[in-house]
Design a protein around this ligand. Structure first.
Ligand SMILES: Cc1cc2nc3c(=O)[nH]c(=O)nc-3n(C[C@H](O)[C@H](O)[C@H](O)COP(=O)(O)OP(=O)(O)OC[C@H]3O[C@@H](n4cnc5c(N)ncnc54)[C@H](O)[C@@H]3O)c2cc1C
Length: 497
């Protein structure tokens, strides 16, 4: 039993619950209420377990930050694959629309290539294919062919990687996985594939970044990364009513309705006995025992708490700046990508030398274009995100962060975006992600890909090798990072209980 006072009784109260309770109900503690932990708590509860979730700041990277009259989304901003959220509510016998509503964003994104007129990417696949063909006929043909190829790959990925975790060698004998492999040249790196298809710098710059969202580089075998732009075009890009934080708030509401208990406490110690975790202790001096544990913390960080060395290089992270700009910025769309002419050097810095590019590709998020509640009238809530190395030994983030933010402002000026007059400037570096969310060396995607499992094909496993009652969800484990993937990972971990 979870030893704590005031736990609700064990009757999960969801109407029309569809999932069968399996096995013996257990007392389960979930450490961390990021998106992965929230979803794990819902599925654990639907399976009849008694669930306590511990987190001093629930919502994780999707929790809002108030800065004066501005409401900031400090983490995720590009919302895709909302059908994966729908499934969680459906499995609980609910309708997602009763908890969370989305507005489709049009255009998908604005792309500003230095020296060229801005391009607005339509959210319609045919129109997007025409737009690419207008840039270059051969690229247009290859783009349309790539999309058709991905039409075949996506269902196979959904039936395999999205459906279950892979951590046993025999699981690789999977017809769906083989179908994915058969559609690509397995000897080619991601970059070789992209360079083979596209010759316009704009297309190459657009595609080169996607492997980093899985903690990989364009020198990896990373065809799965192509599904990110595919799903953006195919299924749309969305904005939740109430801002990004409406997502974790909706999942927390559902979890509470089902009877999950939340406590705003930070886990500071983990107790173990033989091959089992037995209890956790928190910053408030409490001690909680349970039969099973799910960590929504980075797997390596939690590993340190059970006495393991986390001696693995990190993958990638982000450097971000928020500005409260004292004027409207209509030239910046809800999603805007600024691509410098020197983008190739930027990717070499990121992927090859793990340094911060002097002129990186900058993603800008201007929610003021869509949502009047995020900034005072006539002002702009502007958020810049640059994919960056994590806390590498050769980088001193605290000493350099102000200079990097100044450089970013100078870069924005070359694109005609002036952020000189602001109400505030707020910086996040990998150090912040380590301190605030427990990410190993500030990396958002787990360790460097050389530490991936099953021949490098998959991120770390959702189950612990040493402790039989310990499981993981979140960005450092399968199926990967990003809100849609950690939603799946939360279900994977709960199903392993
Ligand atoms: C700048 C940025 C931009 C991003 N952009 C996108 C995007 O556009 N689209 C997208 O889908 N994804 C994006 N992501 C990635 C996405 O935010 C993450 O992959 C996802 O939110 C991670 O969820 P998680 O379940 O791993 O938990 P996290 O959000 O990492 O939450 C972990 C939780 O654990 C808690 N915790 C930490 N230590 C303890 C402890 N000792 N005891 C108890 N609790 C603890 C923390 O308080 C936190 O709530 C972005 C991330 C960042 C940072």
């Amino acid at each position: 039993m979870i030893k704590s006072s005031g736990l609700r009784n064990d009757s999960a109260s969801g109407p029309k619950r569809r999932l069968r309770r399996t096995g013996v109900p257990k007392a389960v503690i979930i450490v961390g209420a990021g998106q992965g932990g929230l979803v794990a708590s819902i599925y654990a509860r639907l399976r009849g377990h008694q669930v306590l979730i511990l987190d001093p700041t629930p919502g994780g990277k999707a929790a809002p930050i108030q800065e004066g009259d501005y409401r900031l989304d400090p983490g995720p901003s590009i919302i895709i694959l909302t059908e994966l959220y729908d499934r969680v509510f459906r499995d609980a016998g609910r309708k997602r629309e009763d908890y969370l509503t989305f507005q489709r964003l049009r255009p998908l994104s604005r792309v500003c290539f230095e020296g060229s007129e801005p391009l607005d990417l339509p959210d319609d696949r045919k129109q997007a294919e025409q737009l690419v063909a207008g840039l270059d006929a051969a690229d247009g043909k290859n783009f349309a062919e790539l999309m058709s190829k991905l039409d075949e790959v996506a269902p196979a990925v959904e039936k395999s990687v999205f459906a279950r975790p892979y951590d046993r060698i025999w699981q690789l004998i999977d017809p769906q996985l083989m179908k994915v492999g058969a559609r690509f040249n397995v000897r080619q790196t991601y970059r070789e594939m992209v360079d083979g298809w596209f010759r316009t710098p704009l297309l190459r710059a657009f595609f080169y970044g996607f492997p980093s969202y899985g903690g990989q580089s364009y020198r990896s075998k990373a065809p799965g990364a192509l599904l990110i732009p595919y799903y953006m075009l195919q299924n749309g890009v969305w904005y939740p009513e109430g801002g990004i934080s409406a997502i974790p708030q909706a999942f927390r509401r559902l979890a509470e309705e089902l009877g999950v208990e939340f406590r705003a406490e930070k886990v500071t110690e983990v107790e173990k006995e033989g091959s089992r975790i037995t209890a956790v202790r928190t910053n408030l001096g409490a001690r909680y025992e349970a039969e099973s544990f799910i960590s929504n913390l980075d797997r390596l960080t939690f590993g340190e708490m059970v006495g393991r060395s986390a001696n693995m290089e990190p993958s990638y992270s982000y450097f971000t700046v928020h500005w409260g700009v004292r004027k409207p910025l209509p030239q910046v769309e809800h999603h805007t990508l600024l691509v410098p002419k020197s983008f190739e050097q930027g990717f070499e810095s990121l992927y090859d030398t793990r340094t911060f590019a002097s002129e990186p590709i900058v993603y800008l998020n201007n929610t003021s274009m869509t949502d009047p509640t995020v900034a005072p009238k006539g002002k702009t809530n502007l958020f810049a995100v640059v994919t960056s190395p994590a806390m590498e030994d050769h980088l001193d983030w605290p000493a350099n962060q102000e200079r990097l933010a100044d450089n970013l402002e100078a870069q924005l000026r070359t694109f005609g975006i002036d952020v000189a007059e602001t109400d505030f400037r707020r910086i996040q570096t990998p150090v912040y992600f380590q301190q605030q969310h427990g990410n190993h060396r500030g990396s958002l995607y787990g360790p460097d890909e050389k530490h991936r499992i099953l021949g490098g094909l998959f991120p770390l496993s959702n189950r612990d090798d040493e402790f039989k009652n310990l499981f993981y969800c979140g960005g450092s484990v399968q199926p990967g990072a990003g809100l849609p993937m950690v939603t799946l990972g939360g279900r994977f971990a709960a199903e392993m209980l």
